[in-house]
Design a protein around this ligand. Structure first.
Ligand code: ATR
Length: 280
């Protein structure tokens, strides 16, 4: 049972599983920075009880919820009003629970990634050759926001060709292929790992020529040590190989701003979480 003080507004994250989530830590740090009192709870709900969990939290006075795997698409269907980014992504990661039981859905993952790339890491997406590895929900969430920055090219590669084709068909300019079909490609400027290969302990099955001395390899997965993709990218000769900590904190900051109208100082929080070398 979470202990709450008088006057604390309730927030939380719904996922399945959810116990690994860093969102409670991040939101509590933001709240301390802003001088607001919140509680932030972990809510584990299997798909069949997602709606009950969300409506029950709202009925008990909850103000907002983050939504994580595997619920982002299903959560969108429960929203009465939906922001543009959530509409485009077909998924919501931020719910605002309004008086009267209505729900507003937003998606801050895309803007979180773009902020991390451009503001924290000084990278330019405009004009870049981009490779996205994977064709599941994580890939779907980042392609729209990346295309909005006008890259020179966005290639989508996936183990299963069919899934790559289906996802790429949502945009005119995205070209799909298999990993093997990347074998003759020059290194890309930005290579995103949106597969779950590393999470399952499987070695990244990508050809090493896709990264080189001007590439940044970006793992949407994050860990306190090098992820399998980061290890692979460094060994393959990528100039930089980074994890998605910045995206995690930036998407959380966007959610915090939606709920509290106050934009956190994300660099201070990243330094607090990861130390002064967090953006290396
Ligand atoms: P999510 O929707 O959360 O991204 P997902 O639906 O499980 O998760 O999709 C995971 C992605 O990782 C898919 O692109 C999957 O490839 P397939 O479409 O071919 O299944 C990819 N993936 C998972 N394990 C992989 C592995 N060992 N090697 C390469 N790709 C892998």
């Amino acid at each position: 049972m979470v202990q709450r003080g008088e006057g604390e507004a309730r927030y939380g994250i719904v996922g399945h599983p959810v116990d690994h989530s860093r969102s409670p830590t991040i939101h509590r740090l933001f709240a301390r920075q802003a001088g607001v009192e919140i509680s932030y709870e972990l809510i584990d709900a299997p798909p069949e009880s997602l709606e009950t969990a969300i409506r029950g939290f709202a009925a008990a006075g909850g103000k907002g919820l983050n939504i994580t795997v595997p619920h982002k698409e299903a959560a969108l269907d429960l929203c009465d009003t939906v922001g543009e980014a959530a509409k485009l992504a077909g998924a919501a990661n931020t719910l605002s629970l309004r008086e009267g039981g209505t729900i507003r859905g937003d998606n801050t993952d895309g803007i979180g990634l773009i902020r991390d790339l451009q503001e924290n890491r000084g990278l330019t997406v405009a004009g870049a050759r981009i490779l996205v590895l994977g064709a599941g929900g994580a890939a779907r969430g980042i392609i729209g926001p990346l295309l909005a920055e006008n890259p020179a090219e966005l290639r989508l590669a996936n183990r299963s060709r069919e899934r790559a084709d289906t996802l790429a068909a949502k945009w005119d300019s995205v070209v799909a292929c298999t990993f093997a079909e990347l074998a003759d490609e020059a290194p890309f400027d930005l290579v995103f790992n949106a597969t779950s290969a590393g999470l399952k302990g499987e070695a990244p099955p990508f050809p090493t020529n896709v990264v080189g001395s001007n590439s940044t390899a970006y793992d949407l997965v994050y860990s306190l040590k090098d992820t399998p993709f980061v290890t692979w990218a460094k060994a393959a000769g990528s100039r930089r190989a980074v994890q998605g900590w910045g995206m995690l904190v930036e998407q959380a900051a966007e959610s915090f701003e939606i709920w509290h109208g106050n934009r956190p100082n994300t660099r201070a929080i990243l330094t607090q979480l990861l130390g002064p070398r967090w953006n290396r």
